[in-house]
Ligand binder design. Structure first.
Ligand code: G6P
Length: 606
């Protein structure tokens, strides 16, 4: 998974624009970076392994000449991170350059064919075959466009491709299949990118390409064609409401911290649901015979919490399921009565889309919740809701987790009203507490920042952490574990506290830090038993509980006190100390919290 960007102007050099845009896409992958431009009939390529800034320090992208160029930030799939595997890739004659996001599934057979024809390959990537296929088509006397179309027709797999060619140096050719690709329509330059944040400071006019389409982009125009029949497609740009400011750090040292502190605002936006679509989702969920909540990573933890909300408020059983397990576990019992609510911040996670495709072919109803307008999930869902959290740049999901929970809580409330299984006053109480959440979040972030910083200092050298919660706090324990593992690289174990005696207790010995999530709810009494079991074996009990819970304070080694909250909304508040702890542990340990190693924001491979 990678980020691609291309830019063409009539007379301005594009290298510095490309570099700036590339930096914005870095969250999509950052093991290597590269750029290609064309000037006076010569193709210039610079690329290397490392983060974009490191590569730029060595190579200086900004001095590359030319008013047309493409660039790439990589997250390796085929071929280890290295200079030769970095994009752009070129043909034998060094006449064209290709950047690619995705996986070309038939590259081995294509490569064999091209090797037999005498092409020389330098990299281990799947992408390089695209350059050589094009070169082969040029040998048949084809022009750039027709060589490109005939190349794309031979590819199977997923791709967002952007290509420049010295023979026709006024255009970038692009193709899209199962990977995001947008054209940015500026006054003086045209862009193409994996994501609008790459060009949003230059233009907010975007054209979203669809699967099976290619486009020809020049400084003043774009033309879209369907690959299968060559038909021209007319599509006007849409106006995006993401400002550059929203995508910048706003004075915080890291995006992750900025995004954690942005939550009062993003939760407010998430409270503004579009009624028509929320009603539609409620209707489908209510009618469903089997209901699944499908997601990966943080979004799965939001689904887990939601299964408690749906059950308690609406008496609706919805199975939370990890996307990559869905087909094997439940796929074969899907039918027309199945409703799948897929939750995906990016709307592009391959595990999610793969499971949905399987379910769609078996007549299941697909519903979606996502943060990205125009993402694949929005296109394949019968109805979807947007989280409205704005772009999240930090790789670890923070503000998008809480905004998912807020959208899902409103769905739970609508379902409760529709199904009428709980008393009106209970619904009113839930609703009132939900609308107080933005203020509670602001207050908590300010109050816990310092004590959490202290905790990070105290526990920075821990060998591992344990996370235990009961009921809906199991989801908080899972998400707390995920955040801390992602950002601090400290191994973590999370369990429903009741299950901890069936195994995890064996790892406890003197000094092991164990986090307990203990809001004032029906599970509180039972978890006190679990805390005592762990303490008796030497664990340090770090308890997150209610501000005035004296009993818990007394049995804790460290205590973080939070305001009282509706039990079903507690994950939104109780996750905050863990988000901050993950951030400060990364800082204390000298790590980059925005770009944890080996992870990517949007994982578009299975
Ligand atoms: C990746 C990210 C996680 C994210 C997961 C699901 O693994 O690193 O932070 O939770 O994908 O992403 P989605 O966009 O589908 O919510």
């Amino acid at each position: 998974m990678c980020g691609i960007i291309g830019c063409v102007t009539e007379d301005k050099f594009v290298a510095s624009i490309l570099y700036k845009s590339l930096k914005r896409l870095e969250y999509r992958g950052y093991d290597s970076a590269g750029m290609a431009t064309i000037f006076n009939g010569i193709l210039y390529v610079k690329k290397d392994q490392g983060k974009i800034d490191e590569v730029n320090e060595r190579l200086n992208f900004n001095n590359m000449p030319g008013n047309i160029g493409i660039a790439h930030t990589r997250w390796a799939t085929h071929g280890a991170p290295s200079k030769i595997n970095a994009h752009p890739h070129t043909d034998c004659g060094n006449k064209l350059a290709v950047v690619h996001n995705g996986v070309i599934e038939n590259f081995i057979e294509l490569k064999k064919e091209l090797l037999d024809l005498g092409h020389k390959f330098v990299s281990k990537t799947d992408t390089e075959i695209v350059a050589h296929l094009l070169e082969e088509n040029f040998k048949n006397g084809e022009n750039f466009f027709s060589a490109f179309i005939n190349t794309v027709k031979r590819l199977s797999g997923s791709y967002a491709l952007a290509i420049i060619y010295v023979g026709e140096p006024d255009k970038i050719l692009v193709a899209k299949q199962d990977m995001p690709l947008l054209i940015g329509v500026g006054d003086e330059c045209m862009f193409v990118a994996s994501d609008a944040s790459a060009f949003i400071d230059e233009t907010n006019k975007a054209v979203i390409l669809q699967n099976g389409e290619v486009a020809v982009i020049t400084a003043k125009s774009y033309e879209i064609y369907r690959v299968k029949d060559g038909a021209k497609v007319t599509r006007n740009p849409i106006l995006l409401n993401w400002t550059l400011e929203m995508a910048e750090k706003q004075g915080f040292p890291h995006y992750t911290l900025k995004e954690i502190f942005e939550q009062p605002l993003t939760i407010k936006s998430a409270l503004r649901l579009q009624d028509t679509y929320a009603d539609l989702l409620t209707e489908f969920l209510d009618r469903g015979e089997k209901i699944f909540l499908l997601a990966a990573g943080t979004s799965y933890n939001a689904c887990l919490a939601t299964s408690y909300m749906f059950s308690k408020l609406a008496r609706l059983t919805a199975y939370p399921v990890i996307a990559s397990e869905f087909i094997e576990n439940y796929g074969h019992s899907i039918d027309i009565g199945t409703v799948i609510l897929a939750v995906s911040q990016s709307g592009e996670t391959a595990d999610v889309l793969n499971a949905l495709e399987f379910a769609r072919l078996r007549a299941a109803t697909i519903l979606g919740i996502t943060n990205v307008v125009g993402s694949t999930l929005t296109r394949i869902s019968r109805a979807y809701l947007l989280q409205n959290a704005g772009p999240e740049i930090g790789v670890a999901a923070t503000k998008t987790f809480t905004s998912q929970l807020v959208v899902l809580a409103q769905l739970a409330l609508r379902l409760a009203k529709k199904r009428g299984k709980i008393a009106q006053y209970e619904m009113d109480e839930f609703r009132d507490r939900l609308y107080e959440i933005p203020d509670v979040v602001s207050q908590v972030l300010e109050e816990v920042k310092k004590p959490v910083q202290e905790l990070a200092k105290k526990y920075l050298n821990s060998k591992f952490f344990l996370f235990l919660g009961r009921g809906i706090s199991t989801a908080t324990a899972f998400e707390g574990r995920l955040k801390i593992m992602e950002l601090s690289y400290i191994p973590c174990i999370a369990y429903p506290a009741g299950e901890s005696k069936h195994g995890p207790i064996s790892v406890v010995e003197s000094g092991v830090p164990a986090f307990f999530i203990c809001p004032k709810d029906e599970t509180r009494k039972a978890i006190i038993g679990n805390i005592e079991e762990m303490k008796a074996r030497g664990a340090k009990a770090i308890i997150i509980g209610s501000k005035d819970d004296k009993e818990l304070m007394e049995i804790s080694d460290d205590y973080i006190g939070l305001p009282d909250i509706h039990e079903l909304l507690s994950p939104i508040i109780y996750i905050l100390p863990f988000q901050l702890l993950a951030y400060y542990l990364a800082i204390e340990r000298g790590l980059d919290p925005d770009k944890p190693r080996n992870l990517a924001k949007s994982v578009t491979v299975l």
